[in-house]
Design a protein. Structure first.
Lengths: 319, 319
């Protein structure tokens, strides 16, 4: 069985299409892996790239990719809604098929060392690749962001896993990790009030007593002129999508605010959609039918209100 | 300011009214504290007593109370839906007014030592009164229940805080603790299927990824012939009642099951009801009115569907 990993590098440019094109160039038309998607977000000023395929081929392409980012992005002038600590903010490896988590940790270590040696950018290993307990959670490492990292990295406990106690002056630092699949998921609200999205995010996220596997915060989409609750669903089997959406809908009701649509950033496992569709079918007393991936994608749009969605956002459609 | 604690002893008899009357006799007509309620449950075969007032007076009355229980209950023949490790299962002290948590810990220690010396019943200190980390959570101590405790107590790590490594042969052991107010809350479902209540309980409880401050399980009410999701709400400010009820309602929907009513065991702070009423008023776009305690109790019955409820279930109505 061929080894398949998902790799989801994020970089801190989501507005200038010209720069974005240059940056993702090294991922295009390569043998051994697929460039599944490039998702720029102007408000977040960040682009999420999704790669799927042979881990060794992906690792090879990551070096010229970081080189391009280094040419195109200067973090001293970059601004956006999404928290970030580097021009490439994170590079996570996710085991999909024929590959273990331990192997993904090794890929993270290998590319981390390579990037540091090639470009003198400090690397923090996170999630399953973390070598210290306080580095498991990305938000803990990223706290202070690019601007705060200049001082933070001088502390002994924030010595990078690869590199010196000094950020790269224009690039910052990168978090490189291995982790289980998570779903980057946003719920759109028809309000522009930050307070409402903040309060709902606080209610659903595990760190303040909400659902155990949810990390969430508010974000304003300037172009669309509304707030969203932006989140990571760390375990969709324990915290199903429908449950989170229905809870957000319930909480929004007290403000006379509605959930208008939802958004998946990057890929989503088929099983995560199916589990939520099953809820809505069962709630209406309907049997759950046999469905093709295309049918599932259609239902995701119509029943779960996923916007800007198509079948290729489902992991299995790219394999 | 007079010191006011709430003390909620539970004993393992909920069917024989004659025995229950004899057992609670020492709490009746006493100076310095009020016997707020005696709530027997035949299915659980357990009675919850709520006392409110001067901690020293309550401690005095607890000794003859335990004496009565020792006369009336033999755990070798007791059976019921509620897990239990002793004829008196737990005695928690809760600070209400003019008293600190540290003082409540001291009351727990004092009565624990007294009961052990008077009746040779082993005592485990739990929650804020716990002297070991593994004794903080009551379910960890209680695991194995009365029947399993015979062997468990012989292990060195389960040496009681007061007493020998040997249960009382007819009484078992008691958990005595100090804790913040919790709400013992049950949500009635119009189904008799354990699987449905179990699956919903698992979804909402913190230990399996649900809401952080909820402990929950299924229970069957034989007399009423339906299941309920029975729970402790450990922090109603973080996990509001309305949110739990609405989530249970949402999850029940997939089974075509309804939430028919809710039940508060023991007392509930006024603030916990008000916070949930505010949600429903706001959801309907109505301003929240000035309300007396009686009005709040009425709304709790009509809007929150609390059954068997009256104003004296609200802590503040007893002070």
């Amino acid at each position: 069985m061929p080894k398949i990993v998902q790799c989801v590098p994020n970089f801190s440019e989501g507005r200038n299409q010209d720069k974005i094109n240059k940056i993702v160039e090294p991922f295009k038309g390569q043998d051994g892996f697929k460039l599944v998607s490039v998702e720029p977000d102007a408000d977040y000023n960040r682009t999420v790239v999704t790669l799927l395929g042979d881990p060794n081929k992906i690792i090879e392409a990551l070096i010229p990719f970081v080189g391009k980012v280094l040419e195109e992005i200067d973090m001293n002038v970059q601004k956006g809604e999404h928290p970030r600590m580097g021009a490439v903010d994170v590079i996570p490896f996710i085991p999909i098929e024929g590959v273990t988590m331990d192997e993904c940790v090794k890929y993270a270590e290998e590319i981390g060392e390579n990037i540091n040696q090639s470009f003198d950018i400090p690397i923090f290993l996170y999630a399953e690749a973390a070598r210290q307990k306080r580095r498991i959670k990305l938000p803990t490492i990223r706290k202070g962001e690019f601007e705060g990292m200049k001082e933070k990295i001088k502390e002994e406990k924030w010595t990078p896993d690869f590199g010196e106690n000094k950020i790269h002056p224009t690039f910052g630092v990168i978090g490189i990790g291995a982790r289980n699949p998570l779903i980057a998921f946003n719920i759109d609200l028809d309000t522009a009030e930050n307070k409402i999205a903040s309060s709902i995010a606080k209610i659903i996220r595990g760190s303040s007593g909400g659902f155990g596997y949810i990390q969430a915060g508010p974000a304003f989409l300037e172009k669309r002129n509304h707030m969203q609750v932006t989140m990571n669903i760390l375990d969709y089997k324990k915290n199903a999508i429908y449950r989170i959406v229905e809870t957000v809908r319930m909480e929004a009701k007290r403000y006379q605010v509605n959930v208008t649509s939802c958004e998946v950033v990057g890929l989503i496992p088929k099983d995560a959609i199916v589990r939520s569709l099953q809820y809505y079918y069962a709630s209406e007393g309907k049997a759950f039918p046999e469905m093709s991936l295309e049918d599932i994608a259609e239902d995701a749009k119509n029943i779960l209100n996923f916007r800007d969605f198509d079948v290729f956002k489902i992991i299995e459609a790219n394999m």
